[in-house]
Ligand binder design. Structure first.
Ligand SMILES: [Zn+2]
Length: 257
C-alpha cells in the first residue's frame, strides 16, 4: 500500500486501521523479499524496509504476549474456570440475545466497534449476536444441540464445553438485519457478509472457519464467525488464505529455525 493512499484513505476512517495498514506493509512472519525495482535498493529504502519489518515483528510479538493468538479447537481446550479479565461490552449487538454474549476482550471489543462503525458509514449494519460464552453456557448449548441433532451433527457446528473459541472472548458471531439476525450460510452472499469477509482483517479479525478448510479447522463453513488475532496475524492469514492452525504452524517452524 502506498503511503499517500494510506494517509488519505485508511487513516481517517478508523484509528484502529493504523496498525493493520502498517502490518500489511511489512508482511510479518514472512521472509524478507528482494526489492521489486530493477536497480539495487538504496540505503534509505533498506533502512525503511528493515524498520517496517521490525515494527511488524514487534506488533506480532505483543499480540502473542497478550494471548490474542491462543488456539482453541477440537483438540486444544481451555480450563473450565478460564475467563478473560478484560471482558468489555461491544456497542453494536443484536438486542434479543443474552447480555453476557456482548462481551469481548477489550482490544477485540474496541476493534469490533470500529469495524461496525466503518461498515455503518457505508450503509451496512454489523452486529454481534454472541461473542463471549462461559464454559457453563457452552455446556448447556452443546447438550441442547446433541439432543436435537445427534452428537455427530452437533460436533460439526458446536463445541464441547471447554473447546469453544467463544470462551476466549476473542470470537464473535456476526449477523445483520438482512438475514434476520440469524447465523446462516446465506449471510456470505449479503452485502454485509461480503464486506465483513473482505475488511475484517483491517481490524485484526479473521474469518475463522472458511469454506473448504473444514478438515483443518474441524468446523463447517461459518461466514459469520470471526476471531480477533491482531492485525499482523490477520493480514497474513487473509493474504495467504490459510486457517489459524496453519499460521500457528508457520510461526512454530520459524521459531525452531
Ligand atoms: Zn461462533
Amino acid at each position: 500500500m502506498k503511503r499517500a493512499f494510506f494517509i488519505a484513505c485508511i487513516l481517517p476512517l478508523a484509528l484502529i486501521c493504523f496498525s493493520c495498514a502498517k502490518a500489511s506493509l511489512t508482511g510479518p512472519a514472512e521472509p524478507p523479499k528482494p526489492a521489486e525495482s530493477a536497480g539495487p535498493p538504496t540505503a534509505e529504502a533498506k533502512e525503511n524496509a528493515g524498520a517496517a519489518e521490525e515494527a511488524g515483528r514487534s506488533e506480532l510479538q505483543s499480540d502473542i504476549d497478550a494471548g490474542y493468538l491462543i488456539l482453541v479447537n477440537k483438540t486444544h481446550g481451555l480450563e473450565k474456570g478460564y475467563k478473560p479479565a478484560d471482558l468489555t461490552a461491544v456497542k453494536y449487538y443484536a438486542a434479543d440475545r443474552r447480555a453476557e454474549g456482548r462481551l469481548m476482550r477489550a482490544a477485540a471489543a474496541e476493534a469490533f466497534d470500529s469495524m461496525a462503525e466503518m461498515a455503518k458509514e457505508q450503509g451496512l449494519e454489523l452486529v454481534v449476536t454472541t461473542a463471549y460464552r462461559s464454559y457453563d453456557f457452552q455446556a448447556e448449548l452443546y447438550e441442547y444441540y446433541v439432543a436435537q441433532d445427534g452428537q455427530a451433527a452437533a460436533d460439526r457446528y458446536s463445541a464441547k464445553p471447554g473447546y469453544s473459541e467463544h470462551q476466549t472472548g476473542l470470537a464473535a458471531d456476526i449477523s445483520s438485519a438482512s438475514v434476520g439476525y440469524k447465523l446462516t450460510e446465506s449471510f456470505a452472499d449479503t452485502e454485509e457478509g461480503k464486506w465483513l469477509a473482505e475488511n475484517a482483517r483491517l481490524f485484526g479479525f479473521i474469518m475463522r472457519y472458511p469454506e473448504g478448510l473444514e478438515e483443518t479447522t474441524g468446523y463447517q463453513y461459518e461466514p459469520w464467525h470471526i476471531r480477533y488475532v491482531g492485525c499482523a496475524a490477520a493480514d497474513y492469514i487473509y493474504s495467504h488464505d490459510i486457517a489459524l492452525e496453519e499460521y500457528l504452524n508457520i510461526l512454530d517452524e520459524e521459531t525452531e529455525e
